[in-house]
Write a protein that binds this ligand. Structure first.
Ligand SMILES: C[S@@+](CC[C@H](N)C(=O)[O-])C[C@H]1O[C@@H](n2cnc3c(N)ncnc32)[C@H](O)[C@@H]1O
Length: 249
């Protein structure tokens, strides 16, 4: 539990221990993942990682993590759950690959300052009770000049509006707005942010871009209007920035 979010970390962990993200797709998870979220392949830049020290925070089933390893990265993966670590380790083993995958909390990463050239995380840190602390940790472990590549949910989006209608308005509890709706998306207490909120949590990064992106879920809940109004109300915030040396303000 954090000062700003009443959700307990053990409840988040319990949710993802029951079923990892995408596990319901079974053998087809890898194919379906990139069909549903083609943004990942455009954004992550797996092929750029050869020889680089990559940390992935929140590996889930490990589909992206395997791509870092296959690309030749010196890859480390963490997740809050044993389930994710076991699934990812088994996938590595099935391809006779090895990499460091371990249970760890994004809010307290077990790595020294400046350990990684790339810190990557897709759809993870909006689930942890204290995302600001997790983002501080992601910046801390980046080496000067290293890159953060991350996706977080966007509050001013069509998907957040749909969540509010479904979980708040239709249940007769419209108070709390979009924050209250998003709190029901996936694990309990999920948060979503504006680009300015994200920028304020990433003070150690230069060349920071935080770009809303329309997803298939935005198109599904707001089929015409989402296309007409463009990407600014998209559900994903694609975040990219470079770690400045710690002594430069
Ligand atoms: C929606 S899944 C995303 C997994 C994977 N990145 C993907 O895109 O499929 C969220 C993941 O975040 C992990 N997670 C949530 N809070 C975390 C924390 N504090 N530290 C590390 N992992 C966390 C969960 O265990 C879960 O595997």
């Amino acid at each position: 539990m954090s000062a700003t979010n009443p959700v307990r970390k053990e409840d988040v962990k319990g949710f993802w221990e029951r079923e990892a993200c995408g596990e319901r797709y079974g053998e087809d998870q890898d194919r379906i993942r990139y069909e549903l979220e083609p943004e990942i392949l455009r954004f992550a830049g797996f092929e750029s990682a050869a020889g680089k020290r990559v940390l992935e925070i929140g590996v889930g089933m490990g589909a992206d993590f395997l791509r870092w390893v296959r690309a030749g990265a010196v890859a480390t993966g963490v997740d809050l759950t044993e389930r994710a670590v076991e699934l990812t380790t088994a996938r590595l083993a099935s391809e006779r690959l090895t990499a460091d995958v371990q249970v760890a909390d994004a809010e307290k990463l077990p790595f020294p300052d400046g350990s990684f050239d790339i810190v990557y995380s897709w759809g993870v840190l909006h689930h942890t009770p204290n995302p600001a602390q997790a983002l501080a940790e992601a910046q801390r472990v980046l080496a000067p000049g290293g890159e953060l590549r991350m996706m977080l949910y966007h509050r001013r989006s069509w998907v957040a509006v749909a969540a509010w209608v479904r979980f708040c308005l239709l249940r007769g509890r419209p108070g709390g707005g979009l924050r209250a709706g998003v709190a029901h998306v996936e694990s309990p207490g999920t948060q979503a942010f504006t680009p300015d909120e994200v920028r304020r949590m990433l003070p150690a990064l230069d060349e920071l871009s935080v770009e809303p992106t329309l997803t298939r879920w935005d198109h599904r809940v707001a089929p015409v209007v989402s296309s007409v109004l463009g990407r600014r109300f998209g559900w994903f915030l694609l975040i990219h920035g470079t770690r400045r040396p710690p002594n430069v303000q």
